[in-house]
Design a protein around this ligand. Structure first.
Ligand SMILES: Cc1cc2nc3c(=O)[nH]c(=O)nc-3n(C[C@H](O)[C@H](O)[C@H](O)COP(=O)(O)OP(=O)(O)OC[C@H]3O[C@@H](n4cnc5c(N)ncnc54)[C@H](O)[C@@H]3O)c2cc1C
Length: 415
């Protein structure tokens, strides 16, 4: 590790400093109160759920070990890709709009702390249905979040790089953008270690339990005891708890393609172009890696350990069809990179954050359902609070409870 050296910090004092400073309106992140009477904690999984939770726990003074099978930011993890989108438009699901807005501010603050650039606030353009807009607009107004409703002509006049059909309604959400995924998870783990946390690479599974509590896990068959356990194993959760979660989380394959720009064409870079979402695909503007376009793939199960990660040629063609329709300036440009990931969906696209039904000191957190990466800083803060005994708002306890989730087969995918 040790990537947060002075060279990275120097970046912040250079030309980028103004652009990456936390937004002026953002509330400062209050450091959590440090307590001396906390249990030792083991967090299993160093992705968006586990990495941020471990960081928040060590900041509260808990002796915390973060165990990951392949290491923070690994390419099999759902959090291991190049980038992830952050946007607050969630139709009528206000809790996620709130959290995304909070997370946006926290990402900026954490970025300062990490000393490396991880968030790019380039805004997002989204094609919405009248029903989604009617649900979303009052929520944005209530929360004071900026939202612009554009005709296709207005959108095209502002960003000639994109082409919309006449009948489409487009919204522009300025307080949104993209975050570096794998790099952020490495930064989170490094910061966790710098604050006294321990990172271990190993395969964890539940071990001995007594009196309604889990006493230890086995890491590569060696016991590791603690007073509190957080299982944040993402798409592996059904493998770790097959009886409990085998049918509650489904794990489909996803393919992402990055299209290069011509050498002297900067129009599709994040400085000049927002991210896009519409019923056909979603994209992220070029952050030194090409324009990211997600292929639309019907749910195909993927094993997170053994799944081959070679992109599928017909999906590359599908992405090029999308380019021809939406992004004419990129027609004929090459695929410069591709990533194959799997993701993890619950039946209703709400997360699972709950205690294990048999062990009162073990939590299960995950089922990110295509939208958890952006929430990392908020998830970590809340999960750390709740696991250490803070009262959960009853509506959130109910929303994220295991019992609120049925079999995930055939659930609607909303990423
Ligand atoms: C293609 C794609 C696009 C997405 N786009 C977005 C987006 O734009 N915005 C957004 O907010 N979200 C997005 N998501 C969703 C988001 O990335 C995920 O919901 C989130 O990253 C899941 O984090 P996690 O911590 O649950 O899982 P992971 O990141 O997979 O982390 C789980 C970790 O647990 C470890 N592990 C597993 N089993 C064990 C074990 N037995 N012992 C030890 N360690 C173990 C793994 O090695 C892994 O590192 C997207 C997901 C995908 C796949």
């Amino acid at each position: 590790m040790g990537r947060t050296g002075p060279d990275r910090r120097a970046i912040l004092t250079g030309a980028l400093a103004g652009a990456i400073a936390a937004p002026a309106a953002a509330a400062s992140r209050k450091p959590p109160a440090i307590s001396r009477n906390l249990p030792d904690v083991v967090v299993v999984g160093a992705g968006a759920f586990g990495g941020w939770t471990a960081l928040e726990l060590v900041e509260r003074g808990a002796r915390t070990t973060l165990v990951d099978l392949y290491g923070p930011g690994n390419p099999r993890a759902a959090s291991g890709d190049e980038s992830r989108l952050i946007r607050a438009s969630y139709g009528d699901r206000e809790i996620y709009t709130r959290w995304a807005s909070e997370a946006f501010d926290l990402w900026h603050q954490r970025q300062e702390e990490f000393g490396r650039r991880v968030i790019y606030a380039n805004g997002s353009l989204r094609v919405v249905s009248p029903a989604a807009l009617a649900a979303q607009q009052p929520i944005f107004e209530r929360l004071g979040l900026p939202l612009e409703i554009l005709t296709p002509e207005e959108a095209h006049a502002r960003w000639p790089q994109v082409r919309y059909d006449d009948a489409e309604t487009v919204i522009f959400e300025p307080k949104s953008g993209a975050v570096k995924a794998r790099e952020s998870m490495i930064a989170v783990a490094e910061t966790f270690q710098a604050k006294g946390g321990t990172v271990r690479v190993g395969h964890a599974r539940p071990g001995a339990a007594a009196g309604g509590k889990l006493s230890q896990i086995l890491v590569d068959d060696e016991p590791l005891s603690a007073g509190l356990f957080i299982f944040a194993c993402g798409p592996w959760l059904p493998k770790v708890f097959p009886e409990l979660l085998g049918d509650r989380i489904r794990v489909p394959r996803r393919e992402i393609f990055y299209i290069g720009s011509p050498p002297h064409d900067r129009r599709y870079r994040w400085e000049h172009f927002p991210n896009l979402a519409d019923p056909l695909a979603y994209t992220a503007a070029d952050i030194d890696y090409g324009t990211k376009i997600a292929a639309r793939l019907p749910d195909t199960a993927m094993d997170p350990d053994d799944g081959e990660r070679m992109p599928t040629p017909f999906l590359a063609e599908q992405v090029k069809d999308y380019v021809a329709r939406r992004l004419p300036g990129l027609v004929g440009q090459p695929v410069v990179a591709a990533r194959v990931c799997q993701t993890e969906y619950s039946d209703n696209n709400h997360y699972i954050i709950d205690k294990h039904p048999q062990w009162s000191n073990a939590w299960i957190t995950g089922a990110g359902s295509g939208h958890a990466f952006k929430m990392g800083p908020v998830l970590g803060r809340n999960i750390a609070d709740w696991a250490l005994g803070a009262e959960r708002p009853p509506e959130l306890a109910a929303l994220f409870s295991l019992s609120a989730h049925g079999p995930a087969v055939g659930g609607q995918t909303r990423d």
